[in-house]
Design a binder for this molecule. Structure first.
Ligand code: HEM
Length: 409
């Protein structure tokens, strides 16, 4: 029985025994996709490509890296200076981490704007949040590996947060460190986790796509697919659109790799770690700054830690906090404004996270933290119930046809 669209006899022979080609036909080539996806739907596939780049460059870096406090810093310098194309591997990996977060943040904000987390895609969203949490852990441990000043002090400050937990806090910190300070066992275990977690992310991405393929992609109108006319095959329409987006993204990515490789980094991390000298400002990588700001907004250590983790974990319950029956913000005039204010507020929190905790910065950080939580806990549930939404279109197909006619006129 012929399962694939291909007439090639070898492909058919393999497919009868291991249906990889018919699987690809079904899930990639002929995969039914809404007709109206815009460029905000490119970021999922771009994230997938960045993940692959991170894993491949990471494997080659690991062939030359030494996870020991005596030589870790020097081994990274050796990679950059002496290993063939080591500079390229390191700059791809280093900037790739920032790119990964940029792409995933856009992907998440897209989800929040278009209500992609709403039924029946709650589990898809929650798997996404788990990917994000594991990404943060991976990035945190990766940053410790070059063993510069920021690596050491960042690791010391952040792991110390666990000591705020009553009774068992100090035990947890010693357990995480593998000793009584950030030292040889710490860097060694962080290297192990940093190598292992991306494989877990890859597994989670497979589950993410599995969940996506059950109900298929949502779309900018947020209305359900009703007839086959609303859809078109993924290939060639979205393969080409994704490739175009990927090309633009790669230009952006490569600009940093080749022209500004240290743009996202901290100069202090080019000083070897020194437990006897504390840098004047200990700042995490930019992608953690909003949460670092939230941590410092609360005057109490334990309170700060709890609120900071709550800031991430609240994303899990988003599908239930948003009470609106309408998915897309396109038809929600009030929510749309609040959403953009939320985006600006996140950027503002990020900026504040890099500022010292003094004077007016403290007040601004508290206000921004207040809006962050109010958006999820107060505004989303209330606006969802009270807002008067705009009328929804009848079908995706009608909207697409209307746009095409408008272009022709
Ligand atoms: C390694 C990281 C990730 C990869 C590779 C990935 C991959 C993808 C892909 C390929 C899609 C389909 C195309 C698209 O809609 O852009 C998608 C959809 C989606 N992703 Fe992700 N994703 C990642 C992380 C996340 C995170 C962190 C979240 C949320 C916290 C998330 C939530 C979603 C949602 C809700 C959809 C469905 C969107 C819709 O159809 O409207 N993803 N993802």
């Amino acid at each position: 029985m012929k399962r694939t669209q291909s007439n090639n006899r070898l492909i058919q022979w393999i497919d009868e025994r291991l249906p990889v080609f018919s699987y690809a036909d079904h899930n990639v080539l002929a995969y039914p996709t809404p007709k109206n996806l815009n460029y905000w739907w490119n970021y999922g596939s771009i994230a997938g490509i960045v993940l692959v780049i991170m894993i491949v460059t990471g494997i080659f870096l690991a062939m030359n890296y030494q996870p020991h406090t005596d030589v870790a810093f020097a081994s990274v310098e050796r990679i950059v200076r002496d290993v063939n194309y080591g500079w390229l591997l390191r700059y791809l990996h280093m900037n790739g981490a920032s790119m990964f977060f940029i792409v995933v943040y856009i992907h998440m904000f897209r989800g929040i704007y278009f209500g992609s987390y709403k039924a029946p895609r709650e589990i898809l969203w929650m798997v996404g949040v788990t990917i994000y949490v594991v990404m943060m852990a991976t990035a945190f441990m990766g940053y410790v590996l070059p063993w510069g000043q920021m690596s050491f002090w960042g690791a010391t400050v952040i792991t110390n947060l666990f000591s705020a937990i009553p009774i068992i806090g100090d035990y947890i910190v010693t357990w995480v460190w593998g000793g009584f300070s950030v030292d040889v066992p710490t860097i060694n275990r962080f290297f192990v986790w940093h190598y292992l977690l991306p494989a877990i992310i890859l597994g989670l991405v497979i589950v993410h796509l599995w969940a996506l393929h059950v109900h298929k992609s949502s779309n900018p109108l947020g209305i359900d697919i009703k007839t086959p006319q609303d859809m078109m095959p993924f290939h060639p329409y979205y393969t080409i659109k994704d490739l175009y987006g990927l090309g633009l993204f790669m230009i952006f990515f490569m600009y940093f790799v080749f022209f500004q490789p240290n743009f996202f980094g901290e100069a202090d991390n080019y000083i070897p770690a020194n437990p006897m000298v504390t840098p004047p400002h200990i700042v995490p990588e930019w992608y953690f700054l909003p949460f670092y700001a939230i941590l410092r907004a609360i005057p109490d250590k334990l309170g700060g830690v709890v609120v900071m983790f709550a800031g991430v974990l609240i994303l899990y319950v988003l599908p239930w906090l948003d009470t609106s029956k309408v998915r897309s913000a396109t038809f929600r005039p009030i929510y749309k404004q609040l959403f953009w204010l939320f985006v600006a507020n996140c950027l503002f929190l990020g900026w504040l996270g890099g500022k010292p905790t003094e004077g007016v910065y403290v007040i601004m950080t508290r206000l921004a933290t207040g809006y962050y939580f109010a958006f999820f806990l107060v505004l989303m549930p209330l606006v969802g119930r009270l807002e008067k939404t705009k009328p929804l279109p009848n079908s995706i197909y009608e909207e697409v046809a209307k746009k095409c006619r408008a272009k022709e006129d």
